[in-house]
Design a binder for this molecule. Sequence first.
Ligand code: S3P
Length: 448
Amino acid sequence: MSVKIAHSAASHGAPLQGEIAVPGDKSISHRALILGALSVGESTIHGLLEGADVLATAQALRAYGADIRRGSDAVWRVNGVGVGGLMTPSDILDLGNSGTGARLLLGLTAAHGITSIFTGDASLRQRPMERVITPLQQMGARFEAAPGGRLPITVIGTNRAMPIEYRLPVPSAQIKSAVLLAGLNAPGCTAVIEPRPSRDHTEHLLRHFGAEVTIGSDDDGARRISLTGRPELQPQTVAVPGDPSSAAFPIAAALLVPGSEITVTGVGLNPLRAALLDTLREMGARITERNRRQDQGEPIADLVVRAGPLRGIEVPGERAPAMIDEYPILAAVAAFASGATVMRGIGELRVKESDRISAMANGLGALGVQVEELEDGLIIQGHDGPAPAAKGVCINTEMDHRIAMSFLVYGLAAQGPVQVAGCEMIETSFPGFSELMAGLGAHIEAVS
Ligand code: S3P
């Protein structure tokens, strides 16, 4: 159990050294629990992320009738109810800070003839849910949402869901997954067409649990995912790889703190997730892979990272879906590079746990970095070495775990210490972050 720190300060210290493993992949953890809950019999999950987001999904699935337990061996066991077998929850489902949990479960429950009420924390209640409501209404579910299509939402699901063919208006694995999970309990073929591919963990895991999923190409070259509804999902064993989005923080810290060399073991390197590494390497980062292997369709490797100078680049906009959660830490890293780093085509960042474009622009600007905030991007002028840390600034993380960790990493290499409020949000995705970083030699301290 890690210590909860609301307010932390990160400061420059000795080089980071050592070998660590980051917690399990958040996206895969949610999905493994959900598909386990839809299989009859016992699934086992190794390396599940025990962060607040995933625990909220587990709790909601229990309310739907699944039996979910953590063994003393840290292995999670899920006894599911089968596709179509969800029960009416006896209380409101609170998904906390988790957009993935909320959107995937809205999809799942839309195709069950039960009524559920979803809510979340103040950040989640601001996030757009229309994007999943629209296709799920087409499938036959009914919704009553707060103004703007936001949580709290009542879902009146249907046992007679219609399969649809849905073209994603934005590249989003959450929308894709919501439609596919609803399609599990619809007869016939549900198809999602994605003009720009998003992370494909749902497709991999659906197949792993025995569903029939085919991936093809539409006439215009878009990716087409087709699912045959009403499968009998079979319980499985799932090994969750280390989350590349969490690994991004110690990797960035090791690049920035002079003299550092660390190894992060067992990092998931799904090509639809790993584009931060391409970007960092283009900036001159020294990151090498060891022991590349394949586990249940997901590539994994150990990453060796050495500190060194970085240069600013223009990040290709088409890369955004494959590193969408990594822009905050990239923005922090860019402040230490030589020259400008230009990030465009990232308007989706405005509807994450916070408006991440504004949060990074405001925080970096307050610390003394020259930042230009664009409608759909950021331009950051790097300092070619330690970035400034204006005194007396306390970064507001806007209830966003990745904003908190990005500024703590920034503070590890900046000209002075950086104070960050709201660090308790880190628990949503990276429990034990401060302790793990401390094990590498990082100075992150609680401030009272
Ligand atoms: C996720 C998809 C992404 C990502 C989020 C996790 C998922 O969101 O930002 O942290 O597990 O499907 P979008 O699908 O909305 O882009």
